[in-house]
Design a protein around this ligand. Structure first.
Ligand code: GTR
Length: 337
């Protein structure tokens, strides 16, 4: 009798276990397979030591820790996966999982990004952080989704200034006739044209050859990019126009994102946000170091009165910032203290 009771209890336990397993299997099947881990591919145009690459590596560490080592991120730095525009397309189709690019190459894809690329809009790094760390930053990140990307975070990119191999630029007139490279963004073409220069769109990786062969006379970028790209070896005049504080952006492919469980999505988003802190520390140190290297190489660094450059932007604003949605976003950014 006791043996039969034991057998019955055992079979009840087994049946219960089977039922649980069945329910779990059904749930897994419904959710689209077991929560397996994998290596996520991230793209970056910069070399391994550059702050953006190191920040995404940090994000990978955080994701690995939170997922118990299931998920890892491998950063393909130094343009191993192509130039920014190409990697953006590859991210859209899901061939690249994560991408760290400048906001500018997204300008023609996600119109809301134009607001944060506009010249002389952010008053300081503090103003930029106040905007990007708040609801406007979230609004711009959310605007990526309908276009096939999930905006995860913004990274610092300092201030972009003009450099060239021909002559010191002290006033907008000095730009007249110069062939200046801009990032692949219509906004940047219009901005450079408004200053009287000939704007030439080129991928970042082609700039060094274009400069040394004289196809272009100059370009514009921040201290770390001017230094790490070696453009300063040819372009000996750097004018601190600081015309754009446009940030970097970190995105994930929406196709890839949609396959993640809600827990994993939260882990990636959280790790991306946390990597921003690391990025800001690394950025400050790198800016100083790059400035030293550039100055020591004998580049003439020219400080200017920015007012005439800002004034020269008025017709550009009138013709480029016409869309009421963009105008509203610009006004909201201006109003942030
Ligand atoms: C850098 C930025 C790169 C790339 C480059 C460029 O400041 O970090 O992602 O966009 O500028 O000018 O193409």
């Amino acid at each position: 009798m006791r043996a039969r009771a034991r057998a019955t209890a055992g079979s009840i336990a087994r049946t219960a276990a089977m039922a649980c397993w069945g329910a779990a299997a059904l749930l897994t099947a419904l959710l689209g397979g077991p929560a397996q881990g994998r290596e996520f591919r991230a793209a970056d145009t910069h070399p391994e030591s550059y702050p953006t690459v190191q920040a995404v590596i940090e994000m990978g560490r955080l994701v690995a820790a939170r997922s118990g080592g299931r998920h890892t991120i491998r950063v393909f730095h130094s343009r191993q996966l192509g130039e920014e525009k190409e990697t953006i397309e590859q991210t859209r189709v899901g061939a690249i999982d994560i991408n760290r690019v400048s906001l500018a190459p997204f300008n023609d894809i996600v119109p809301e990004t134009q607001a944060a690329t506009l010249p002389f809009l952010f008053r300081s790094a503090g103003h930029l952080h106040a905007v990007l760390d708040g609801p406007i930053g979230d609004e711009i990140l959310a605007a990526f989704e309908p276009h096939g990307f999930v905006g995860l975070a913004f990274y610092d990119s300092g201030a972009r200034s003009m450099y060239n191999a021909k002559r010191p630029i002290r006033a907008p007139e000095d730009l007249k006739g110069l062939r200046m490279r801009v990032q692949q963004s219509d906004l940047n073409v219009a901005m450079m044209a408004a200053l009287g220069a000939t704007a030439i769109q080129l991928p970042f990786g082609e700039v060094v050859t274009a400069l040394s062969t004289g196809i272009i006379d100059g370009a514009e970028n921040n201290w770390p990019s001017l230094e790490s790209s070696k453009h300063f070896e040819v372009a000996k005049f750097y004018t601190l126009t600081e015309h754009s504080l446009s940030p970097e952006v970190l995105v994930m492919s929406k196709k890839v994102w949609d396959k993640l469980s809600p827990e994993d999505q939260a882990a990636f988003r959280d790790a991306a946000k946390k990597s921003v802190v690391k990025m800001r520390e690394l950025w400050q140190a790198r800016e100083k170091k790059s400035e030293e290297i550039v100055r020591q190489a004998g580049v003439e660094v020219i400080t200017i009165d920015k007012k005439p450059f800002e004034e020269a932007m008025k017709p550009f604003y009138a013709s480029f910032v016409k869309d009421p949605k963009l105008q509203a976003l610009v006004e909201k950014i201006r109003a942030v203290q």
